[in-house]
Design a protein around this ligand. Sequence first.
Ligand code: THU
Length: 137
Amino acid sequence: MAKKISSLVCRQLEKAARAAAKQSYSPYSEFPVGAAVLAASGQIYVGCNVENASYGLCNCAERTAIFTAAAAGERRILAVAVFTPTAQPTSPCGACRQVINEFGPTALVISVCASTARHETTLDRLLPGAFGPDALA
Ligand code: THU
């Protein structure tokens, strides 16, 4: 079951995701994205998209944030907020859904954008029937 996250913490995550987009390295797409992850410890980790001249190596903001959390020792993710510079909220790409699933199979996923529109869902709704760590146990 997804853990209830207060609206105050949700707003903090959204703000952190918006701020993280300012660090985006996206000279090719010119599409700055920011993400913020709430770990079970209560700590928030942020990330941005980091592109590469070898386009296939571009890393999304969500994965940057999750890998940063994992590198800090976190193993459980409760929520992810993502900011895209769009008029309407967008949801994480397939690769990021799979990476979120590893640490937060029922995580809350909040999408915010350049307008005040926002969208909330959960990872299991975005990636039903996911292949995860249990499959290898
Ligand atoms: N991108 C993200 O970082 N997260 C998303 O949720 C959507 C896409 C990045 C990848 C690439 O650097 C740029 O946005 C355009 O696709």
